[in-house]
Write a protein that binds this ligand. Structure first.
Ligand code: GLV
Length: 328
């Protein structure tokens, strides 16, 4: 019997490819640039599995119509905002993500963004490298930042990654940790010593506002101009979720108008972001190219986990990480 065809949209480690190849025939689009959208879709007619990244292929009604044999779309990402879960459910297509394995890696990066923005790490790194560190030339205000330790962090979206951030903040930096979430988590509040706040109250009280919610229809542009208006003028806004969870224009205005002191961003409304995005010219904004989970070990673990989900789905078994909306 011939093996099912699987389309891979991103580069994955050799070992993971080999594992998949034991169970499936791997195919790739010849080259992103040479194919039109229509040609790409036509390529899907006999594909039974898709292995993609969260920002990669949109598994929507149009794609599903062109992929009548598709049985599973496996994301190498914890986010799955590229899935139209209603359309997938209607066609019986499974969808999986890669939770757990990236929690600590992403939480580390969030702390890095907090520290880098509050202590002006990237701004002052540039100053040193540009030869501007000269005796007697720099004033206190050129150098002084804000303490992270003992400050208050408000985490919006208290999932597994939110918890990993809370632990670091609480036990590493003696911070007061507040959180806002769709549902309250009394056991976690008790265990970690963190406190629930309504969104508006969290924004008023926090020195660092960390956005860590999945992107859904409810969280699209969750943070808008009126929310920045509630924040402390000294607050830092950190986003390592998805760019679309914040109104980016409102964030730019908030920074231009001094409503907040700075930001640390791993994600943008459009990725890659436009080189002319005003955020990139702001010294008080730390910008990264969506690297939350980007360590070799974590990316390997994510790719292998996605491959296991994919193969399970192709074999007709229940994949371990079937996304919530697609569970019966
Ligand atoms: C990365 O952004 C992910 O969703 O894993």
């Amino acid at each position: 019997m011939s093996k099912p065809k699987v389309l891979i949209s991103s580069k994955i480690p050799q070992e993971v490819e080999q594992y998949i190849a034991e169970h499936a025939e791997l195919v790739r689009w010849p080259s992103d640039r040479t194919l039109s959208h229509e040609q790409k879709l036509a390529f899907l007619h006999d594909v039974e599995g898709l292995l993609t990244t969260g920002g990669g292929i949109a598994v929507n009604e149009e794609l599903l119509q062109h992929a009548p044999k598709l049985r599973i779309a496996s994301n190498i990402a914890v986010g799955y905002n590229n899935f139209d879960t209603a359309a997938m459910k209607a066609r019986g297509v499974l969808g999986t993500n890669t939770p757990h394995v990236l929690d600590d890696t992403v939480a580390d990066l969030v702390l890095a963004l907090m520290l880098a923005s509050a202590r002006r790490v990237t701004e002052l790194d540039q100053l040193v490298k540009q030869g501007k560190w000269q005796r007697g030339k720099l004033k206190d205000e050129d150098l002084f930042g804000l303490d992270v330790h003992h400050a208050t962090v408000g985490i919006i979206g208290m999932g597994r990654i939110g918890e990993a951030i809370a632990k670091r903040a609480k036990f590493g930096f003696d911070m007061d940790v507040l959180y806002y979430n769709r549902s309250r988590k009394p056991e976690m509040e008790e265990r970690l010593g963190v406190s629930y706040r309504a969104l508006e109250q969290l924004l008023r009280e926090s020195d660092f506002v960390v956005l860590m919610t999945p992107l859904t229809s409810e969280t699209t542009r969750l943070i808008r101009k009126e929310h920045f208006e509630l924040m402390k003028r000294t607050a830092f806004f950190i986003n390592a979720s998805r760019g679309q969870t914040v109104d980016e224009r409102a964030l730019i205005e908030a920074l231009q108008e001094g409503l907040i002191r700075g930001a640390g961003l791993d994600v943008f409304e459009q990725e890659p972001t436009d080189p002319n995005n005003p955020l990139l010219a702001m010294p008080n904004v730390v910008t990264l190219p969506h690297i939350g989970s980007a360590t070799a070990k974590t990316r390997f673990d994510m790719a292998m986990r996605a491959a296991k989900n994919l193969v399970a789905g192709l074999k007709g078994e229940a994949p371990p990480d079937l996304v919530g909306e697609l569970r019966e």
